[in-house]
Structures are given as structure tokens and as C-alpha cells.
Design a protein around this ligand. Structure first.
Ligand SMILES: Nc1nc2c(c(=O)[nH]1)N[C@H]1C(S)=C(S)[C@@H](COP(=O)(O)OP(=O)(O)OC[C@H]3O[C@@H](n4cnc5c(N)ncnc54)[C@H](O)[C@@H]3O)O[C@H]1N2
Ligand code: MOO
Length: 400
């Protein structure tokens, strides 16, 4: 038997030659989950001037030490005092308000004693001043091309005064499911039919990775139907066509021949992975093809391990292929692993020292969705790994 392609080699081939698809501008309010297409430069400094970090009084510390100060005015957020502090003066100040020139300290309101306009202190003042540009300076790059815009990045882009941002075009992912046994959820299945579910998981993984998904539905196990599905994906100008099922060696596993008849150049088929051995990768015109195996957990794991990084790469993420595994402690013993990298569904818990313990589910059949939904991670075992004892370190990939 041919030596199967390793998972890292397969991923490298899936990511080879990928670059950002294109760029567009989007209002910041709709940019969540999008990927920056260019470095973002601060349009102003934050804070623009020195401001107080506390409610209290702005003053010169040396003046306060010398005797009572006269309270001569006020500075509130958005309203500066408008003059420099003269010797012997203090002003009332609020959090976020500009600190007048000449002031070098803030006396907390809790520590201030004011009588007849004269200010003395029950405790020493503190710096409590945020210098101009403490957060970022005008002209500085604070967000870099390739970064995914989550809540923190959106807030930072807004603070830098960007109302719209350049983002990578979302990759279009077309999904076609294949199988005479499949009907959509809610349909009345025949006695030997099942509900198509892989498309939903794969669509969710693709959307989480920033893609726009076009689910083209279920196609029968015949060449003409499958070729029609592939044609629809091309008409939809899919950047990535994901097929589900029909990837293996059975007489009815017709996706490879259907894709070949439509002109796919095959890169690889079958990799050293469990679940997920019969994975197809190729290209058809400008579109990438990922043919995921039909077993629900196999399609799920392949989508996490190959489709999500591909979609990140097509949005210009420089870390698209980065290893996202963590170390944990095995919660049970496992025998030596055979020739494929194994992704085992596992439950996570914390031990009394706060270490993450990953306990593989007792059944690992790739059809079992219940165990998938009850797992928080995949415990990864390399090909040929020796037996693992309970308490040994292991690698895990957290599930979304
Ligand atoms: N003789 C061999 N048989 C199989 C091999 C092999 O190497 N030699 N590989 C096995 C492995 S590993 C996998 S994984 C499966 C993959 O097969 P296919 O990609 O051809 O998938 P199907 O045969 O179409 O379906 C497998 C299984 O999954 C169910 N399925 C398919 N699509 C969906 C969907 N959209 N939603 C829910 N469930 C789906 C389908 O009903 C089957 O039960 O092949 C092994 N066989
Ligand atoms: O990829 Mo298959 O799921 O190992 O059964």
C-alpha cells in the first residue's frame, strides 16, 4: 500500500500558493469577524491630551505640601479648564478630563478637605495622570493586516477614528452533500434514510473562519447529479467547493470521478489521519476543492484541520497554518497508535492543581455525533506513538 500523506504535509499542500482573495471596505459596525486587509494607522493619539485617571483635584504636588491651595475652576471630560495652573492653585477635575498645564498630580476626592475654597489633603496626591498618547500615538500602526477583528480590535479601530476599515473579501464556500440516503432535517425520511447533518457543521466551521457559505443541498449518488452540483458551485463562483461523502472506495463513491470529469486536477486523496482518511484535495478552475469524507465526525475534523486554515489563508492571515494545540494531561491510558494521526474526542476537566485533563471518550467510531457534542477537545496522537499512561502529557485541540 502507498504511504499515506501525513497531516502536516497535507495541510502544507492545502495552503500552498494561497493568498488573500481581494479587499473591500466595510463599515466598522459590520466588520466583526472580518480580517484586516491593510495595516491600520491611528488617525489621532489616545488620549489626545493628558487626562486625569481619577475624580479629584489637579494640582502641583510641591504646592500642596507647602500649604492650602485655592480651588480656581473645574475640568470635566470634554471640557478643559482652559488655562495653566498658577502657583498655589488647584482645580476640581473628573476622570477623563484634561489636566491643565502646570499640574503634576491628582488628589483623590476621597482624600481632599475643602473649606471656604481652600484645599488641604488627608493623604498625599498621586500621579493618576494618563499622558497624551499613553494608549497610542497618531500615525502608529496599532492593528496589522491579517488580524481578525474581534471585540477588542473593533474597539481599538474605533478609538483610532476609523469609521470603515479595509478587509479581505470573504471566501465563498459552496457545499454539496452527496448520498441517496440523505434528506434534509424536518423531512419525512424513508426507513433506510438519514438526516443530512454534515453540511450544517461544516457551514458553521466555515462561517466561524470568516467565509460566506452557499449550501447547494443534497445530490444523488449518480455522476450526472453530482456533476450538476459541481456546475452549480462554479456558477456561484465558489472560491472553495466542499463536497461531503462519496470520497471513499465504494462503487457509489462517485465524487472523485465526477470532479475529474468536470476538470479537477487532483492534488491528493487519502491521508494518514483518523478520522478523515479519504480526504480529497484539488483545484477546478480558480476554485479549491476539498472533498470531505462522509462520516460525520470525519467531515467535522477535516473541516477544522484543513478547511478553516484554508479560509483563514484566503483572507490573508499570516498564521493560518499555525499549530493551535495545547498541552494537557491524559485522563486515561491509551494503547500504542498505529499509522495515522488520531484525533480522539475527549472530555476536558481541571485537576486539583488546575491542570487540564483530557479523557478520551470510550467510543471513537467516526459516526458518533453524541460523543462529539459531549467533548470539548480532540486528543491528538501521532502515527506510531507509544502507549500513553494516565497522567502523561498529551496534545489537544480545543473544539469550537
Ligand atoms: N473498503 C473501505 N471502506 C471504507 C474506507 C476504506 O478505506 N475502505 N474508508 C472508510 C472511511 S475512513 C470513511 S471516513 C468512509 C468515508 O466514506 P465516504 O466519504 O465515501 O462517505 P459515504 O460513504 O458517502 O458516507 C459514509 C457515512 O457517512 C454518512 N454521511 C454521508 N454524508 C452525510 C451527511 N451529509 N450527513 C450525515 N451523514 C452523512 C453516510 O450515510 C455513511 O454512513 O468510508 C469508510 N469506508
Ligand atoms: O475517516 Mo474515517 O472516519 O476514519 O471512518
Amino acid at each position: 500500500m502507498d504511504k499515506l500523506l501525513s497531516v502536516p504535509d497535507a495541510l502544507a499542500r492545502v495552503l500552498a500558493g494561497t493568498s488573500r482573495l481581494g479587499e473591500e471596505s466595510t463599515p466598522l459596525a459590520r466588520a466583526r469577524g472580518r480580517t484586516l486587509a491593510a495595516d491600520l494607522v491611528a488617525r489621532r493619539s489616545q488620549p489626545p491630551v493628558a487626562v486625569s485617571a481619577m475624580d479629584g483635584f489637579a494640582l502641583r504636588a510641591a504646592d500642596l505640601a507647602a500649604g492650602p491651595l485655592r480651588v480656581v475652576g473645574e475640568s470635566a471630560a470634554g471640557h478643559s479648564y482652559g488655562a495653566a495652573l498658577k502657583p498655589g492653585e488647584a482645580i476640581r477635575i473628573f476622570t477623563g478630563a484634561p489636566v491643565p498645564e502646570g499640574a503634576d498630580a491628582i488628589l483623590l476626592q476621597e482624600d481632599a478637605i475643602v473649606a471656604d475654597g481652600a484645599l488641604t489633603a488627608g493623604a498625599p496626591p498621586g500621579p493618576h495622570i494618563r499622558g497624551a498618547g499613553l494608549d497610542f500615538h497618531e500615525g502608529a500602526v496599532a492593528l496589522f493586516a491579517g488580524v481578525r477583528l474581534g471585540p477588542a480590535e473593533l474597539a481599538l479601530a474605533a478609538a483610532m477614528n476609523h469609521a470603515a476599515v479595509p478587509v479581505a473579501r470573504r471566501p465563498r464556500v459552496a457545499i454539496i452533500a452527496s448520498g441517496d440516503e440523505l434528506v434534509p432535517p424536518g423531512a419525512e425520511p424513508g426507513p433506510s434514510q438519514i438526516i443530512s447533518c454534515n453540511n450544517l457543521a461544516v457551514a458553521a466551521i466555515a462561517e466561524d473562519a470568516g467565509a460566506e457559505v452557499i449550501d447547494l443541498g443534497i445530490f444523488r449518488d449518480d455522476l450526472a447529479a453530482l456533476e450538476r452540483g459541481i456546475g452549480l458551485a462554479r456558477e456561484a463562483r465558489a472560491d472553495v467547493l466542499v463536497t461531503l461523502g462519496g470520497a471513499s472506495v465504494g462503487d457509489r463513491d462517485l465524487l472523485r470521478p465526477a470532479l475529474a470529469r468536470q476538470g479537477m486536477s487532483l492534488d491528493f486523496w487519502k491521508i494518514a489521519m483518523r478520522p478523515g482518511k479519504p480526504l480529497i484535495h484539488g483545484a477546478l478552475g480558480d476554485a479549491r476543492i476539498l472533498g470531505l469524507p462522509g462520516n460525520p465526525v470525519a467531515s467535522f475534523v477535516c473541516a477544522l484541520v484543513f478547511l478553516a486554515p484554508l479560509l483563514r489563508a484566503l483572507q490573508g492571515d499570516p498564521d493560518a497554518g499555525a499549530e493551535r494545540t495545547e498541552t494537557a494531561i491524559a485522563g486515561s491510558a491509551l494503547p500504542a497508535n498505529k499509522g495515522r494521526r488520531d484525533y480522539m474526542r475527549a472530555r476536558l476537566a481541571l485537576d486539583e492543581n488546575g491542570n487540564v485533563v483530557a479523557t478520551p471518550q470510550p467510543l471513537q467510531d467516526s459516526s458518533l455525533l453524541t460523543e462529539l457534542a459531549q467533548s470539548q477537545a480532540l486528543l491528538i496522537r501521532e502515527p506510531g506513538a507509544p502507549p500513553l499512561a494516565s497522567g502523561d502529557p498529551c496534545r489537544i485541540l480545543r473544539l469550537p
